[in-house]
Ligand binder design. Structure first.
Ligand code: SF4
Length: 317
């Protein structure tokens, strides 16, 4: 480990090696100053993460992937967010707990890992008692997984694709399949599934896979890999919500949502491979659910309750 993990920055598989302590930025676009757009109680995550009280999501600015069709592009690409000190971020974690959150759900925080862990420890010293959920793209190093494991109840990684050409097209990371195929088993080893008396998972790994239009072959490859390497050790969350984002034009077939036939084919593959433990979304076309982080309330009222927004400036702890 470097004396300062931001200089040179090797925090994610991009290994940009820039000095973020001097204001330099790499692919993620961020210096060492932690920035976030908002924090809210979220009621739309997978059942064990949402729980009965909502998940305390914190949406960080910047991203190590910056996908072509990112529903959070205002944060991942356009830099929306406010700078937070360690104390500020610890204060947000504590406020989420006071508002009733069942956990703190760090969304896309890999590039701020040292700052988040520092704030986490500071908040724990001030009475934080809810667990951490690490909600990431799956583009992680095994070192990152090991650093996080002692603090995390759920790893919530994506497994976007195992096709290097698709990964190169989609987020300029042809090594994504190899990196994710190393990181996700390391997560499952570090955080084995545990269940409460009611059978609901209380800790573990939930792997998210978003089905892409016109690429059921890529979904089949992901599900077959999951079945071979993680079934029984992690849960699968199959997602249908791919939506072309206004203002982010893409060529066919990515310029449309899934068809019912494609979604049925994905579900049939799940069944054929015997993957039963996990969650599937309903296929609901439309863009109403897309977040708009420039609004005071980025998500619908059924989906979330705001606790802090960047436009409010630094939070009062
Ligand atoms: S965290 Fe950012 S700067 Fe560091 S290696 Fe990854 S993309 Fe590059």
């Amino acid at each position: 480990m470097n004396p300062d993990p931001y200089a040179p920055c090797l925090l994610c598989p991009r290994v940009c090696a820039v000095d973020r302590t001097r204001g330099e930025t790499g692919f993620c676009g961020e210096t060492r100053a932690v920035r976030a757009a908002c924090a809210c109680l979220h009621f739309g995550e997978e059942p064990p993460v949402t729980g009965p009280r909502g998940s305390g999501t914190v949406f960080f600015t910047g991203c190590t992937l910056r996908c072509r069709a990112c529903q959070n592009a205002q944060l991942s690409r356009n830099g929306l967010g406010a700078e937070l000190s360690v104390d500020d971020l610890a204060g947000i974690f504590l406020r989420l707990q006071r508002e009733g959150a069942g956990n703190v759900n760090a969304v896309t925080g890999t590039h701020f890992l040292p700052g988040i862990l520092e704030a986490w420890q500071a908040a724990c010293a001030r009475g934080l008692a809810i667990p951490l959920v690490w909600n990431s793209s799956g583009y992680e190093t095994v070192d990152t997984v090991r650093m996080l494991a002692p603090h995390v109840a759920f790893f919530l990684p994506d497994l976007k694709t195992l096709d290097p050409a698709l990964a190169a097209y989609w987020f300029k990371a042809p090594d994504y399949p190899r990196r994710a195929a190393e990181a996700l088993p390391a997560m499952a080893e570090a955080r084995p599934l545990e269940r409460g008396p009611d059978g609901l998972p209380t800790r573990g790994v939930i792997v998210r896979h978003l089905v892409l239009p016109g690429r059921i072959d890529a979904t089949r490859e992901v599900l077959a890999w999951f079945s071979e390497h993680l079934a029984g050790r992690a849960l699968l969350s199959l997602m249908s919500q791919y939506t072309p984002i206004p203002g982010q034009p893409l060529e066919p077939p990515f310029d449309r949502g899934l068809t019912p036939g494609e979604w049925d084919a994905a579900l049939a593959t799940l069944e054929e491979l015997g993957i039963e433990d996990g969650y599937v979304q309903d296929l609901e076309p439309g863009t109403e659910w897309l977040p708009d982080f420039s609004r005071e309330r980025p998500f619908s009222a059924e989906l979330s309750r705001m606790v802090w927004h960047a436009r409010d400036g630094a939070p009062a702890g």
